[in-house]
Design a protein around this ligand. Structure first.
Ligand SMILES: [Zn+2]
Length: 551
């Protein structure tokens, strides 16, 4: 090979390298320019100087959080790039917006789409359709929610009781094979429409007429779509241990995760049984059953007077049938005796004073009065028997929502400490000042942080936040919320851990929580400086089928 030949080869190689270099540059320069613009483009919102409690349960760390659009884009010890708005938090806690896994938000969301009672305690996502009760079919309800400008995110379950009611009515009998197929199809459609779970309310009519085997059949359908089964159990009083066993069995036999809703032990005679129910849950988890719990931090429950104080058989077939039974003297006496027993030993907490009316459509003045008060108003001594008579009268008039003081603080705290327990309010969206709702709607999350974290130190701040965000998000398959990380949706609650507290009480329930300074939903501030903003960034959330196809 001649020298000249070598020269040509070297020159060619040099040219080749240059061309390749230019090619890379052609790709790299715009990419670099893009990165530079992205970096020089200000963030929309920068939260500086926070104590980050990230929702995983890890100890807090100091840092800044940058948001662009609806997404957290950066978290670092100190972020100095420009932002359209910078807020110095002065060391307050930055937590993921709380996810309430158990609400009755369709009671109120269309009246109060800002959901002030929830937003003002840091809740940014609500789950609807628990206790076996949801709209059926689900799609029109979700479409109506889509059309509603709202401050908060909302998703729904499909309710087994509502499905059964739609297919065979509120009757106490087994479904035929055809009816069971029909129910399966309705549940499947609900899951396809975006339901997160199958909920059951085996305590209520018609859930109470449903056998475990029938629930398992429907649970399997939800499980195929990646959903879990969650239950307001058949019995939260004398039969609570059996009911926890049933809830576990539904998960085990149905091959899906299962969940005890608002776990509590009702009735003085049953107090302490949480030792056994939690042991059952630990044992189930140890053998591989995926079972979890939620809970609200109050020693009183709330449901309708009828559901709580009437035996199931007396509620079969709907209102007309109930009224017919109450007109028959012998049947009425039987219902009254059963009701007196429930006041004495279960929901009634042993004393007519312990049953308080929350809301009556037909007489608003009864809200806040106990069964003892109403007995006196009706010229009777406040005995248990007379309280039962008052309950019968209330149902005849059209029924009321009640509050039932019959839970012990010890059971409550034991359940709260359990690692598989998350927080859920079981609340609704009250119209401020109207009726006498259970304070759980206004105070659940703030109360856990104030009473059980700060005052009693039952659980740590980080664990409480985990129970309110990362844990329920994982349970619901909400993979882009519940934890503070770049790439996650910017749902954020900022609060002062020394000042946060619930202001609502059983006597004066209409009071917002205190101590929250900013609440952010999908990157937009919905609450600041003590008031709701005009932003309505709330979204309807769906179980994601594209990333989670039926198994
Ligand atoms: Zn319930």
């Amino acid at each position: 090979m001649s020298d000249a030949g070598v020269g040509i080869k070297q020159r060619t190689q040099r040219w080749m390298r240059m061309l390749i270099g230019l090619g890379f540059a052609a790709i790299l320069i715009p990419a670099l320019a893009g990165m530079l613009t992205a970096q020089s483009q200000p963030y929309d919102l920068l939260l500086r100087n926070g104590r980050i409690v990230d929702g995983t349960g890890s100890p807090w760390y100091r840092g800044d959080v940058a948001i662009r659009g609806d997404t957290i884009v950066r978290i670092a010890p100190s972020i100095s790039e420009p932002a359209t708005r910078v807020i110095d938090l002065g060391g307050q806690v930055i937590a993921p917006g709380f996810i309430d896994i158990h609400t009755h938000a369709r009671r109120g969301i269309f009246d109060v789409p800002t959901a002030d009672n929830y937003i003002r305690q840091g809740v940014t996502t609500l789950m609807e359709g628990p206790d076996g009760s949801s709209p059926v079919p689900l799609a029109p309800f979700l479409a109506k929610l889509e059309a509603l400008p709202k401050s908060i995110n909302i998703g729904s379950f499909i309710g087994q009781g509502s499905v059964r009611s739609a297919v065979i009515g509120d009757v106490n009998r087994q479904p035929t094979a055809e009816e069971l197929d029909k129910m399966r199809a309705v549940v499947e459609q609900g899951m396809k429409d975006g339901a997160f779970e199958l909920s059951t309310g085996l305590f209520y009519v018609p859930g109470t007429f449903t056998s475990t085997a029938e629930v398992v059949e429907l649970a399997r359908v939800a499980g195929r779509y990646g959903g879990m089964h969650e239950s307001h159990m058949r019995d939260e009083a004398s039969g609570v241990v059996e009911s926890v066993k049933e809830t576990i069995a539904i998960g085990e036999r149905g091959g899906l995760p299962t969940h005890v809703s608002h776990h509590k032990i009702i009735g003085v005679g049953n107090w302490g049984k949480s030792v056994e129910t939690l042991r059952l849950i630990d044992e189930a988890r140890a053998r591989g059953v995926d079972v979890t719990i939620d809970q609200y931090p109050y020693t009183a429950s709330s449901t309708s007077i009828q559901a709580a104080l009437f035996p199931a058989w007396a509620q079969e077939g709907g209102r007309e049938q109930i009224l017919k039974r109450l007109k028959d003297e012998a049947t009425r006496a039987k219902i009254k005796a059963e009701s007196a027993r429930l006041i004495r030993n279960e929901r009634g907490g042993g004393d007519p004073k312990n049953v308080v009316i929350a809301r009556c459509e037909w007489d608003a003045s009864l809200a806040g009065k106990s069964l003892a008060d109403v007995a006196r108003l009706r010229g009777m001594e406040p005995t248990v028997e007379n309280a039962a008579e008052v309950g019968l009268w209330i149902v005849e008039q059209g029924g009321c929502q009640g509050i039932f003081h019959a839970i012990s603080e010890e059971d409550l705290e034991r359940i709260l400490r359990h690692p598989a327990t998350m927080i859920g309010s079981d609340g609704e969206i009250p119209i401020f000042g109207k009726a006498n709702p259970h304070p759980r709607s206004y105070g659940t999350f703030a109360r856990v942080l104030a009473v059980y974290v700060r005052e009693r130190k039952s659980i740590t701040l980080e664990d409480a936040v985990r129970k309110m965000s990362g844990f329920p998000a994982q349970r619901l398959g909400l993979l882009d919320r519940g934890i503070l990380r770049p790439g996650m949706k910017a749902d954020i609650a900022v609060f002062d851990p020394a000042r946060v507290r619930d202001m609502t009480t059983f006597d004066k329930p209409h009071a917002y929580a205190e101590g929250f300074s900013y609440v952010i939903v999908n990157g937009q501030i919905v609450f600041e400086a003590g008031t709701m903003t005009t932003a309505r960034p709330g979204k309807v959330l769906y179980r994601l089928h594209s990333s989670n196809p039926p198994r």
